[in-house]
Design a protein around this ligand. Sequence first.
Ligand code: NAI
Length: 331
Amino acid sequence: MKIGVFSSNPYDETSLSALADDRMSIQYFSAHLNDATVALCNGLDAVCVFVNDDVSATVLAQLSAMGVKHVALRCAGFNNVDLDKAQALGIAVSHVPAYAPEAVAEHAVALMLTLNRRMHKAYNRVKDGNFNLNGLLGFNMAGKTVGIVGTGHIGKATAKILLGFGCQVLCFDPYPDRHLQDAGVQYVALDKLLAESHIISLHCPLNEHSYHLINQDSIGKMRDGVMLINTSRGGLVDTQALIDGLKMHKIGYLGLDVYEMESELFFKDHSCEIIQDDVFERLSTFHNVLITGHQGFFTQEALSQIAQTTLSNVKKCADKNMDTTTFLVKP
Ligand code: NAI
């Protein structure tokens, strides 16, 4: 089996190569898969892609013409793949649905705590010999209301941590989870969640229904000074509406691990370049905004689980033994 791994970083190579067997020959490409790079797939049986690879209809048509039979996502989200086109072309698509939901949940909570207790500022102050506490005032998490939008694997793990802090947890999901209700959360309508939560954390997938779920209108329904956390997908929020909300003091804290235009920026070192994205640059000037570069998934446990499931999917596809848990398209 010849596999091409796109958007590859040294840690991908380490985790995948450690688990590959003799039947697999893996080529690693640091480039994203897109129209410009798809020619590299000639002769491959499978391509392994990540969050910012472009697996659109045109790319899939070219993959099909080259004989590629499988697109193996090494992530949970699949908003960057045209599943209908893959089905029509007979290309299998697999993903890694739950590799370590706690990794992303713990990162979301890390963003909440850092913003709340201003750890990012405190770290720099103490390094600079400044022990002044002005501007570092936080609030107790216990007793606060936290709204979780999307209670799948990651939303559930986040809710459980927050219940442990003594928060009141409100959830919105078209498919409520009875076990989570038994654990103490309350499912409510989205508008009620927006209106009552001190902290709102997004954990639903990006699709045509959730695109710009957080916009000028929904921000208007939130509490003044709300904390908003997005570790899911950048397209869930209208970034310009966030900037307006921050300028009007409606949003009091913003924690982002994802950004709508992240494919131009994230996972690469741009420290010696002039960043051309003015929206991103404006966002990063606010003292109450904390941005991380899509690192929610980035734990040892998650990388190992991702590699294991991805390579198992490659084998299952080659053996024509595709299951419904990890295969989104089974030709
Ligand atoms: P999941 O599929 O287990 O859960 C998603 C939940 O969202 C489901 O319960 C579904 O019913 C619900 N949902 C769907 N549409 C909704 C809507 N419009 N409003 C409210 N709820 C809705 O997915 P999982 O594993 O929990 O991952 C969630 C998202 O997290 C992924 O789609 C991905 O975009 C993102 N993610 C981010 C990572 C990071 O490193 N920052 C890593 C892994 C995933």
